[in-house]
Write a protein that binds this ligand. Structure first.
Ligand code: RIB
Ligand code: CA
Length: 309
């Protein structure tokens, strides 16, 4: 196969993480998914690990190693779990249980080992709190030179947060981790709420999906029914990797607020010369998305996955 991109996904499934996994699985001609590492986030670590395995099994990727990572954030321990993704984290739709134990080794170590074995070509994709990636960076100073970039869902640069008025969930859960990641000189593409709030599935398509007898589209319909958020936040990172031309973006220096309280995890983006104040941009912030093309890509990828299974 042509030049497939080596990928490691760090996630906290989560319904929208699950849809991102299915989308990656639909395109083995583009993505060489080497490993999945998991953090606590949408639900506790035991459930997020099991959920990653359950979805990989359904996507025909049961052989991809799933490593449990951090059971709590680097900063303050997690607050109460939100019900946005249902009690089990996958919309409580009764998916079959995971069929295998997690792979040996902590998620942070798996990130390091996978980066070394990919010889500098590994692309990190993150769709949860950044705890595992931050721990990997603290463990291995060589890591930034070993990865070709990080595409993440998180933050809210020019729009209000979703967890507090100032902060988006993934950054609010572990602000210290986000600060470590943004301060490490990695080539970051940030899909924050600025762009992911545009990643909505129209009512027409939702109607098409619910009760669809095709396996993947039917599964997406069920998952989305159990998901109390209209936006496919995490899938945006896959759409960006496949079709950057659908997006608009701006280079920025992003600083993460780490003081406790409502502004913890705020992503403060400087784009003008005056705001940059001599600092170089440390991220590309995605700002606009062609919603109709995003939706069409999502549907055609689910059909592609159905053809593979
Ligand atoms: O703010 C949305 C993000 O938080 C998504 O990644 C969702 O899965 C949750 O992790
Ligand atoms: Ca997530």
């Amino acid at each position: 196969m042509a030049d497939r991109r080596p990928i490691l996904l760090d996630c906290d499934p989560g319904v929208d993480d699950a849809l991102a996994i299915l989308w990656l699985a639909a395109h083995p001609e583009l993505f060489d998914l080497r490993a999945v590492t998991v953090a606590a986030g949408n639900v506790g670590l035991e459930l997020t690990v099991a959920n990653a395995q359950r979805v990989l099994d359904l996507a025909g990727l049961g052989d991809i190693p799933v490593h449990a990572g951090a059971f709590r954030p680097i900063g303050a321990p997690r607050g109460k779990i939100s019900m946005v993704h249902g009690k089990d984290g996958l919309g409580d739709i009764g998916l079959p249980p995971a069929t295998r134990p997690p792979a040996a080794g902590h998620g942070a170590q798996a990130i390091i080992d996978t980066a070394h074995s990919a010889g500098g070509r590994l692309h990190l994709v993150a769709t949860g709190p950044l705890t595992n990636i931050a721990l990997a960076l603290l463990l291995d100073p060589e890591l930034p030179s070993l990865i070709d970039g990080l595409t993440l869902m998180g933050g809210a640069a020019f729009v209000p947060g979703n967890t507090t008025p100032a902060a988006e969930f993934n950054f609010h859960v572990d602000p210290q981790a986000a600060r470590i990641v943004f301060e490490n000189g990695i080539d970051i593409t940030m899909a924050g709420l600025d762009v992911t709030r545009q990643a909505v599935i129209s009512p027409q398509v939702m109607a098409q999906l619910s009760g669809h007898d095709a396996p993947m589209r039917g599964l997406c319909g069920k998952l989305l029914k159990g998901y109390r958020d209209p936006c496919l936040h995490d899938s945006v990172v896959v759409a960006w990797l496949m079709a950057p031309q659908l997006f608009e973006s701006v280079p920025a220096h992003v600083a993460i607020t780490c003081v406790p309280g409502e502004i913890a995890g705020q992503s403060v983006a400087a784009t003008t010369e005056r705001h940059l104040a001599g600092r170089s941009p440390n991220a590309t912030i995605l700002t606009r998305l062609d919603q109709r093309k995003f939706e069409a890509m999502f549907l055609s990828s689910m059909q592609a996955l159905e053809r593979r299974l």
